[in-house]
Ligand binder design. Structure first.
Ligand code: ATR
Length: 287
């Protein structure tokens, strides 16, 4: 693609941004959909987030992605926040409005679309979430929205798991979620089989030999293990899940679809599944 006077810019703000795979999503989609659009990472130093958002708007950026550590901190600098993003408490996509950016969360719709693409059902499922940080909170809201039958949040720090469960129950008006210490799975009904989403950073590169839980009895309770980690592509959590007979997935498709949905919001294009799959292959080549 040739950059000319009409090229629109989208970008990613975060710290760090140097290892991002997002340019391989958006620049590929721009080329394939024939849009005069370029996607660029912007490293934003601590304390400069407000300047960065105002500057991005003033520079007429078409759209912005927001990553760690700014997904919640960015909210006060937005003109509007989409309802789902507000409930999750995190924004990863900014869409241009006349007077400022509107914040969306495409991570969770992205995870759901990835699950659909992988044939993983949420509706009516008994779900386990490992971890109780920002990602776990978002996953819990998504699972509740998509009709999970039960949500058990397991975390080293019990109070954080309990807090997310309380918030989800308040949102839904049902007793859907509950918090547990990590080892509590030992007392779960032996006949139950779970969809488990691993949201902690345990097992991420370079500590690829780590898993939050090692006990084969835990993995025997899972019919599906979904790790939000994508580096490495095959985590120890995934290996242990498969070894116990379950299906295992990494977080790369979630990353793909959060990007696809952001691109759709920015351009109004609808990305067909065949093009999403081509984009996925392009991302995989980055590893
Ligand atoms: P994110 O926004 O990506 O979810 P986070 O908010 O820092 O990140 O949350 C990280 C989660 O991983 C937390 O639930 C954390 O457990 P605590 O709440 O007890 O801190 C969990 N986690 C990270 N490293 C861990 C480890 N070595 N053992 C157990 N849990 C860990």
């Amino acid at each position: 693609m040739t950059i000319d006077g009409y090229t629109r810019t989208c970008g990613l703000i975060g710290n760090p941004v140097e290892h991002t795979v997002s340019p391989a999503i958006h620049n590929f989609l721009a080329e394939k959909t024939g849009r005069d659009l370029a996607y660029v990472p912007f490293h934003v130093e601590t304390g400069r987030l407000e300047d960065a958002v105002k500057g991005a708007f003033a520079l007429n950026l078409l759209g912005v992605n927001v990553t760690v550590p700014y997904k919640s901190d960015v909210i006060p600098y937005l003109a509007e926040v989409d309802d789902l993003a507000a409930r999750i408490g995190a924004v990863n996509t900014l869409v241009r409005l006349p007077d400022g950016f509107k914040g969306y969360n495409t991570d969770m719709p992205g995870l759901y679309r990835a699950m659909q693409s992988d044939g993983v059902r949420v509706e009516g499922e008994k779900a386990l979430i490992l971890g109780a940080g920002g990602a776990a909170r978002a996953v819990a809201v998504m699972l509740a929205d998509k009709g999970a039958g039960e949500i058990r949040i397991l975390n080293r720090t019990l109070s954080k798991a309990e807090q997310i469960a309380e918030e989800v129950n308040a949102m839904t008006g049902k007793k859907l979620a509950a918090g547990f210490p990590l080892e509590a799975y030992r007392d779960f009904p032996k006949e139950d089989r779970y969809l488990c989403i691993q949201t902690t950073n345990v097992g991420m590169f370079p500590k690829v030999e780590d898993a939050l839980l090692e006990d084969p009895a835990f993995y025997a309770m899972l019919h599906t293990g979904y790790d939000l980690i994508f580096n490495p592509l095959d985590t120890r959590f995934m290996q242990l899940t498969r070894r116990a007979g379950g299906r295992a997935f990494n977080g790369l498709k979630m990353l793909l679809y959060q990007g696809v949905i952001a691109y759709e919001l920015w351009t109004g294009c609808e990305i067909p599944e065949t093009l999403a799959q081509e984009t996925y292959q392009n991302m995989r080549a980055c590893f």
